[in-house]
Design a protein around this ligand. Structure first.
Ligand code: ATP
Ligand code: MG
Length: 553
């Protein structure tokens, strides 16, 4: 974007830190938990973290926050890497919190030795009861004053696998009356006899998020550790642990989560949509995942522009999905190849065009001359869109109707002379005559017509399956509605057209080419597409159909 943008609050902080000499360069990280595919919320975090180190000296690490053995999988790790690269960013180091398990264990031992951590034999329920409430202080656990020697012995035996899951925890010894509930002796290690996707069965104790995240930041000497607002209350603990362990002081900064209208953005909820088969998978083109949007035909540039436009905020809100679609249309309008496809074909016969002959016409590939031209075959029989004909025309109808004239895109003006219907009233054929002097680019007919329609030549057309998508949910914010978010799924979010007729150039459609099917929207091939069975996704309509509808009321 050309306009001068004011700095966001993180840029202000970073510029001040660089100016004061606090840092010569900065280090940020993107820390996904590999328990699902990345979604648009993650995209904003990626654009933010990687964007800052593009703008300022420094680099960004990709760190998998893989401290929970149960939900994490290698499939997710691979998809996350592919998505970040596709978005156009490069990380400096690929790191795993699980690689720090030995170091984190050492840190825990150090806390015990300083008298700042203890092994608690209380059950989860007992711990919860003693925790107090935001208005009442908690009470000390009966195990709080164990000796350092006993704590070291028990923690070692926890690590050695002597105790069952849930029987003991390691807790930081802070203050059971602290006004911040998270500072009331938080759990820092738990026993979990579970196989980890990277460390296998080496460990049966795992650090809690709060004891892994800040420490990992510190190990990597992250200068600006950026996370979402729900971690504001965690910052105090983040700072306490770094101070007590006397390790590199990373700093945590928070920004508001991004939410998009008419969808959900939580891996847990998206996983339910996948598991319950509401969608075909994480990369279903209706999903707000990066892989789903890529399959749908979104460009990385349009997503980056969108993230840039919405910037960062300190308060949560819902971003209108039409802004994202706007960024997409802007991008595709410049780059998409213009082609013709008829989604709901009806036959048009040009009675004065010689039978069995083909005329080669020329059509521009796009608004920009550099996109070139291609040859289009024109013949006596064409497919046109059923909705482009009206037996009894409405007011201001500029398309086909008995006796009316219309231009066939890149071809001739035709006049409707008659039509046939079947018993059910369905139009089966439209008959026209064409005006030979009206050829596009060389029109000497002197006739002006208001309407232009698209077409494909019957003997040259190829058939294709076309998938049209609508919003996945019927309401703006399914997560805030009463009941289950899945009750608000839009049952008509996918419409399949099995037999559309498309121009023959699309036989060679490639996966990374974007098309504008003239008058019908932007399309791309789907990964299900083969040479024998072409499949196209509609990425987005040409105009925001919903905006019109809201205005109509
Ligand atoms: P989810 O609830 O979908 O699982 P998460 O925050 O648990 O999201 P992580 O894998 O832990 O997902 O997140 C990696 C990074 O992406 C974190 O820094 C997190 O703050 C950020 N992030 C996740 N969701 C959003 C969002 N909706 N908007 C902005 N940033 C997000
Ligand atoms: Mg998470």
């Amino acid at each position: 974007m050309s306009e001068e943008k004011s700095l966001n609050f993180l840029e202000e902080i970073i510029e001040a830190d660089l100016a004061s000499g606090k840092y010569a360069s900065i280090v940020t990280r993107f820390p996904p938990e590999p328990n699902g595919y990345l979604h648009m919320g993650h995209a904003t975090s990626i654009c933010l973290n990687f964007g800052l180190t593009k703008k300022y000296p420094g680099y960004t690490n990709l760190r998998f926050d893989d401290t929970n053995p149960v939900t994490e999988e290698t499939e997710y790790v691979d998809s996350i890497k592919a998505d970040i690269q596709w978005l156009g960013f490069e990380w400096k180091n690929e790191l795993y919190a699980s690689d720090y398990f030995p170091q984190l264990y050492e840190y825990a031992v150090q806390l015990i030795n300083k008298g700042l951590a203890y092994v608690d034999d209380s059950t989860a329920e007992e711990i919860a009861i003693l925790k107090g409430t935001p208005t009442e202080p908690g009470k000390d656990s009966p195990y709080r004053n164990r000796s350092i020697a006993e704590n070291l012995d028990l923690f070692t035996r926890m690590k050695n696998g002597e105790f069952p899951d849930g029987s003991r925890t390691l807790r930081a010894k802070i203050d059971m009356a602290h006004t911040n509930m998270l500072m009331r002796d938080p759990l820092i290690y738990r026993i979990k006899h579970a196989h980890h996707h990277r460390t296998g069965d080496t460990w049966c104790i795992y650090p809690m998020y709060d004891f892994a995240h800040g420490q990992s930041d510190s190990i990597e000497q992250i200068t600006h550790s950026i996370c979402t607002l729900e971690f504001v209350p965690h910052r105090e603990l983040y700072d306490w642990l770094i101070e007590k362990l006397e390790i590199y002081p990373s700093h945590q900064y928070e920004f508001a989560r991004r939410n998009l209208s008419y969808t959900v953005m939580s891996k847990r909820k998206l996983l339910q949509l996948v598991n319950d088969k509401h969608v075909s998978g994480w990369d279903d083109p209706r999903m707000p995942t990066i892989s789903g949007m890529r399959r749908r035909g979104y460009t990385a540039a349009s997503i980056r522009t969108f993230c840039d436009k919405i910037g960062i905020a300190k308060r949560e809100n819902l971003t209108d999905i039409s802004l994202l679609e706007f960024c997409l249309r802007e991008d595709l309008n410049h780059s998409a190849l213009r082609v013709m496809a008829v989604l709901d074909p009806v036959k048009l016969v040009i009675t004065n065009f010689p039978e069995g002959t083909t005329e080669e016409l020329t059509s521009e590939n796009g608004p920009d001359e550099s996109m070139g031209t291609r040859s289009l075959s024109f013949s006596r029989e064409l497919w046109i869109e059923r909705e482009d004909f009206m037996e009894v025309p409405a007011k201001k109808w500029f398309r086909l109707a008995p006796g009316s004239l219309v231009r066939l895109k890149s071809a001739y003006i035709v006049k409707c002379e008659g039509f046939d219907k079947d018993d059910s009233g369905q139009i089966t054929e439209i008959r026209c005559t064409y005006i030979p002097e009206s050829r596009s680019g060389n029109d000497t007919s002197g006739i002006n017509v208001k309407g232009t329609i698209h077409w494909v030549s019957v003997p040259h057309a190829i058939s294709a399956e076309i998938r049209l998508y609508d919003r996945l949910f019927k309401v703006e914010d399914p997560s805030s509605e009463e009941g289950d978010f899945k009750d608000y799924i839009n049952p008509d979010s996918l419409q399949i057209i099995p037999n559309a007729m498309v121009e023959p150039s699309l036989a060679n459609a490639t996966a990374d080419t974007r098309y504008q099917f003239i008058r019908k929207g932007y399309f791309c091939t789907d990964k299900d597409s083969t040479a024998d069975h072409l499949v196209f996704n509609r990425t987005v309509t040409l105009k925001d159909a919903w905006a019109k509808e809201t205005k109509k009321g």
